[in-house]
Write a new protein. Structure first.
Length: 278
């Protein structure tokens, strides 16, 4: 890795801090509707979790907390984590405005054990999260550490095939497989494309095999795996809406995998499983 990649945490923290104000005010996040009670969750992930009433949920890489608070509205006792101090400050303010009782921690998820010693019924992460992480085995081990026996990971993410393309989806520019970090500068942001801000980022592509292998090495058992030919967000260049809240790349409609989602379960100890049989 080059010097900039070694500093990826500070580079990416700064990039997300730059985004918070414009994201909060954007039509993309539609905070006004959220404050009136609209959920920020999508049908893809909502179809995967059980009844969350009274369940403890850990939400990794929560940005300014909309999904965290949507989970709280479903009755979960939820804690959101993000590395952006400005995002977490906004999450606290939104939590208060919604009169909810979610908790938030500001830290890089790799250092979460320095701040949190609990276990949860469900760990949730979604859409544009693991690309900011260089080491998926550390990510998977963290999830396993925070899940109770029998607990579930619910994870939805953009398909790694998408990250092979350049920003305009005109050509393949990057390897499908994890290689060197991708260091980029761009104008604007996915939620406010005309915003006059310059953002520098460091990211990594992670293949499906790397994701599934990382979870498997922790002992988590894959329960559900799905792929989708649409994105619930209009967040890439040259997208067309083929149905309400279903977006595809123009000229490649129904040809690209856009999103995948999975449920992985932490097995209960053998003694607990045997006691249920006899």
């Amino acid at each position: 890795m080059g010097a900039k990649a070694d500093e990826y945490l500070e580079i990416n923290r700064a990039s997300w801090n730059k985004r918070v104000a414009s994201h909060y005010q954007s039509e993309f996040y539609d905070v006004a509707s959220f404050l009136r009670g609209k959920t920020s969750l999508n049908s893809i992930e909502a179809a995967l979790w059980p009844n969350l009433q009274g369940k403890k949920v850990l939400h990794l890489q929560c940005h300014f907390g909309q999904d965290t608070l949507s989970l709280a509205r479903l009755g979960a006792d939820v804690l959101g984590v993000d590395l952006s101090d400005k995002a977490i400050a906004q999450a606290h303010a939104l939590n208060e405005a919604c009169k909810l009782k979610a908790r938030f921690i500001c830290c890089d998820i790799y250092s979460l054990e320095e701040h949190l010693d609990e276990q949860f019924d469900l760990v949730f992460s979604s859409y544009g999260t693991i690309g900011w992480l260089p080491d998926l085995e550390k990510w998977a081990n963290l999830i396993a550490r925070y899940l109770k026996p029998g607990g579930q990971l619910v994870f939805a993410e953009f398909h790694p095939v998408l990250w092979m393309y350049d920003n305009d989806f005109k050509k393949i520019e990057y390897s499908y497989f994890k290689a060197d970090p991708i260091i980029e500068k761009e104008q604007g942001t996915y939620a406010a494309k005309e915003e006059e801000i310059e953002i520098e980022t460091v990211s990594w592509n992670h293949s499906l095999a790397e994701v599934l292998g990382s979870l498997r090495q922790t002992g988590l058992q894959l329960d559900t795996f799905q792929e989708f030919d649409y994105s619930p967000y209009n967040c890439f260049a040259n997208m067309v809406e083929i149905a309400p809240s279903r977006f595809q790349i123009k000229g490649m409609e129904a040809k690209l995998p856009m999103v995948y989602a999975l449920v992985a379960v932490k097995e209960k100890p053998l003694s607990a499983r045997l006691s249920r049989r006899f």
